[in-house]
Design a protein around this ligand. Structure first.
Ligand code: ATR
Length: 277
């Protein structure tokens, strides 16, 4: 904070955005360092996103997060993209490099991988990994997952063509296959990640009966209070563990904080605080 100027200002752009936990999470991060920050939610419809974002930075904003549906648009508006944002074609973090240069980055993938490896203690290397969905959320996490060298990633989607497009786009990074739900290899997978919007409708994709076994870890990128539909589905099929995307949310936020302020907050106390809520 500069003397007399007030706290550094950050916002999350989204539509809708009122459900977000990000102000709470970043508020706890800031307390760890005695930083004074002001993190607010900004609900802007797609047609107004570009103007609102540029105005925010023109008026001295220090940094921004971006969530649905603006992540691809943010990648178009910034002046520079990190390599991982370029791969994802989506930006969730905007950094002000100078008065005239805004840099777009994407911390979603590293957030997921950090949660899986550090918090859930999963070794992705050598695993058979099934990803459900082929939308923006999957595009954002494929490269960081493949970097860990799983044995295989299968992308399964309701619309198989979208899975196939991602497969073609990421095949240079590892062993990737694509499929519709019904055609998924009917043997237990090591890790099943749900990245579909099906849970919003209270549904779980119709998969063959044996994709989840006692050794399967199931991860739902969605989160909310209590267990998600996908977690309950996984547990009912005997999954060894099932968890929701709280950890990914907190870890991607910590990476954003690092990009903005040069220090990475401790995430464990924040995860504990979320659990207690
Ligand atoms: P996101 O950025 O969250 O990934 P998206 O790009 O709209 O959002 O992608 C949503 C994903 O959820 C897609 O994989 C979508 O499948 P389609 O590509 O076939 O549309 C999937 N999805 C949405 N509703 C679903 C449902 N009821 N059952 C299964 N998959 C669903």
């Amino acid at each position: 904070m500069s003397p007399g100027v007030g706290p550094d200002r950050y916002v999350l752009f989204g539509h809708p955005v009122s459900h977000s936990w990000s102000p709470f999470i970043h508020g706890l991060f800031a307390r760890q360092f005695d930083h004074l920050i002001d993190y607010k939610l900004r609900d802007v419809p797609p047609a107004e996103f570009r103007r609102a974002m540029l105005d925010f930075f023109m008026e001295g904003g220090a940094g921004a997060n971006v969530t649905l549906p603006h992540k691809p648009a943010a990648a178009e508006v910034v002046n520079e993209l990190s390599a991982r944002a370029e791969r994802a074609q989506a930006v969730n973090t905007i950094i002000r490099r100078s008065a005239t240069v805004l840099v777009g980055d994407n911390t979603d993938g590293v957030g997921l991988v950090t949660d899986l490896m550090r918090n859930q203690r999963i070794a992705i290397t050598g695993m058979r990994l099934l990803i459900l969905g082929a939308g923006g959320a999957v595009r954002g996490v494929l490269a960081p997952l493949l970097e860990q060298e799983p044995r295989q990633i299968c992308i399964a989607n309701r619309t198989p063509e979208r899975a196939l497009r991602l497969q073609q786009e990421f095949a240079d990074l590892g062993e990737v296959s694509a499929s519709g739900f019904a055609a998924v290899d009917d043997r237990p997978w090591d890790l099943v990640i749900n990245a579909t919007a099906a849970s919003l409708a209270g549904e779980v994709p119709a998969l063959p009966p044996r994709v989840v076994g006692t050794g399967t870890f199931c991860y739902d990128m969605a989160y909310g209070r209590g267990d998600t539909v996908f977690m309950r589905w996984a547990t009912a099929r005997g999954a060894t563990r099932a968890c929701k995307g709280w950890g990914m949310l907190v870890e991607q936020a910590a990476e954003s904080y690092l990009l903005w302020r040069g220090v990475r907050p401790e995430t464990r106390p924040v995860l504990d605080a979320l659990e207690r809520l």
